[in-house]
Design a protein around this ligand. Structure first.
Ligand code: PRP
Ligand code: URA
Length: 209
């Protein structure tokens, strides 16, 4: 069974409270979601392997640690996942970025794929799939199925807000994928929106509503 990590760090919780507020402007929403991504990235990468290196400081030799050449990729689910990319790339400047385009059919709530473009060596990389919202879990589960079909072996899922329904679907479909969220909310409403959530993440990032 996969693990679910809920980030209770005060900075994340504080920023998330402003993100949820319906009065928050598009500009502020973009800035905050990027900052939250940066902070969450810090925790999602906690298990990266390190190797020993000796560094000559101006005074003496320091026995240090560096990341042991782990190959990583982040994969935002378009559109709203794009809002998390800058924050992640700020933390991991050399990370490769693949893109999966999915939208939820508003009637069936099922994900529809319209784009899939990965770095050529994606099968050698550990992947962090990013999307602000894990609602029914249909989009995240489908995205991860497409990645596994492409040969990816190690995946984590990072979302800002998760619903219990989405977590349950992910654990059913992908028990090997750990889930990282800033908050686990109460439920979904009849339109598949997370309650209380933050509304439509894509619309709030891109100002399309
Ligand atoms: C949102 C969100 C997720 C999906 C979550 O995207 O960014 O991708 O819904 O819902 P699910 O867990 O029920 O699949 P949306 O389909 O609104 O597309 P957008 O990112 O283009 O706005
Ligand atoms: N997608 C969103 O953007 N918001 C939700 O609450 C659910 C799905």
């Amino acid at each position: 069974m996969s693990k679910v990590f809920v980030f209770d760090h005060p900075l994340i919780q504080h920023k998330l409270s402003i993100l949820r507020d319906k009065r928050t402007s598009v500009k502020e929403f973009r800035e905050l979601i990027s900052e939250i991504a940066m902070l969450m990235c810090y925790e999602c990468t906690r298990d990266l392997p390190l190797e020993d290196v000796d560094v000559e400081t101006p005074v003496a030799t320091a026995h240090c640690k560096r990341i042991a050449g782990k190959k990583l990729a982040i994969v935002p689910i378009l559109r709203a996942g794009l809002g998390l990319v800058d924050g992640m790339v700020n933390m991991i400047p050399n990370v490769k970025v693949g893109h999966i385009g999915l939208f939820r059919d508003p009637d069936t709530l099922k994900p529809v794929k319209y784009y899939f473009k990965m770095p050529p060596d994606i099968t050698e990389r550990d992947v962090i799939v990013v999307d602000p919202m894990l609602a029914t879990g249909g989009s995240a589960s489908a995205a991860i199925t497409f990645l596994k079909e492409a040969g990816v072996q190690h995946v984590k899922l990072m979302c800002v807000i998760g619903a219990p329904e989405g977590v349950a679907k992910m654990q059913e479909d992908h028990p090997d994928v750990d889930i990282y969220v800033a908050a686990l909310d109460e439920k979904l409403n009849d339109h598949g929106y997370i309650v209380p959530g933050l509304g439509d993440a894509g619309d709030r990032i891109f100002g399309t509503k």
